[in-house]
Structures are given as C-alpha cells and as structure tokens.
Design a protein around this ligand. Structure first.
Ligand SMILES: [Zn+2]
Length: 172
C-alpha cells in the first residue's frame, strides 16, 4: 500500500499521517524551533534593521594595538583582540557612505544549497577609511572593480536579521 493511500487532512500542517498499517507507522509533523542569541553582536544586527552600520573600537587608552591604532573593527569585535577589553560601539554609516570602496571581489555563479541571494552574486570586500578590517558583503546593480566607490544599503523593510540585510551599490 502506498503512503498516499493513507494520507488525510493534508491541508492541516499538524495532521497526523498514517504511513503504514503493519507495523503501524504514523508521521507527526514537528517544526524545529531554533533559538539563537546574537549576544554581544546585537548592536550590529539591530543596526542593520535600522539602516545603520555599527562598528567597534577599543576604548582602553592603554591598549597597544597590533594593527592601526584606534581604528574601527568591522565586522565588529565585542572584545579587543589586543587587550581583551570590551569594545565601544560607533555608528560608521556616514563614514561608509563617504569613503567605502571595493577592496577586492569575486563573482559567484553557482552557490551551494540554501543560498538566498540572486545569482550571479558579486561578493566584495569593503574597505572603509578608519576601519582596520575589511568586511565581506555583496554588491548589487553593478560589476565590481577594485577601488570602486560604493555605499551601503540596508534591508529595513523586511529584515532577515542576518548579514543579508547589508549590501552595497555604486556611490551616487
Ligand atoms: Zn584594546
């Protein structure tokens, strides 16, 4: 007997489906609930939903940074990689609008499973003045070139609460 012959009430997602009679096997749909905390990175992901790019900076005056002194970290680091003190949050949206450019890029034609961005995807590393690190993101609406001036765009209308809420376009 096929499974199909015993299914009933399939419009109800909580319906129990009889799969076999002997031995009797039933199917009860269960949706997993995944609870994930953003912890100390909350200001970054919350910022994206509000159209703000949030970076961190070490506030310890005695810190001896191994990279560029006093520079912002983006992606943000909750704790300083040099002195382990908790970092301060800073809004770098305007800085990014004025100074962001493509550091390097790669075009992705065939993504893996579960990819949710339109293909081909232009993956870019973003260089911003005063930021010690580059952040990987996606460029939309243009072919990337090294050094191309760009500006951030935020998905604030229907946020995914993931890094996909941030993308970049050529600077206008
Ligand atoms: Zn530090």
């Amino acid at each position: 007997m096929s499974k199909q012959a015993y299914e009933f009430n399939n419009s109800n997602p909580n319906a129990t489906v009889l799969r076999r009679l002997d031995p009797m096997v039933i199917e009860k749909p269960r949706a997993p609930i995944h609870i994930h905390t953003y912890g100390g990175e909350t200001p970054f992901f919350k910022g994206l939903t509000e159209g703000r790019l949030m970076a961190t900076k070490c506030a310890n005056g005695k810190c001896d940074p191994s990279g560029k002194e006093g520079y912002f970290h983006l992606p943000p680091r909750v704790y300083c990689p040099d002195c382990s003190e908790k970092m301060e949050w800073h809004d770098v949206t305007d800085l990014a609008r004025r100074t962001a450019k493509v550091h390097t890029h790669i075009t992705v034609e065939r993504p893996g499973a579960f990819n949710r961005v339109p293909m081909p995807c232009e993956l870019i590393s973003v260089e911003i003045e005063g930021v010690a690190t580059v952040i990987m993101s996606q460029l939309r609406g243009a072919k990337p070139e090294i050094g191309m001036p760009i500006q951030p765009e935020f998905n604030t209308t229907n946020p995914t609460f993931t890094i996909l809420d941030l993308s970049w376009v050529p600077r206008r």
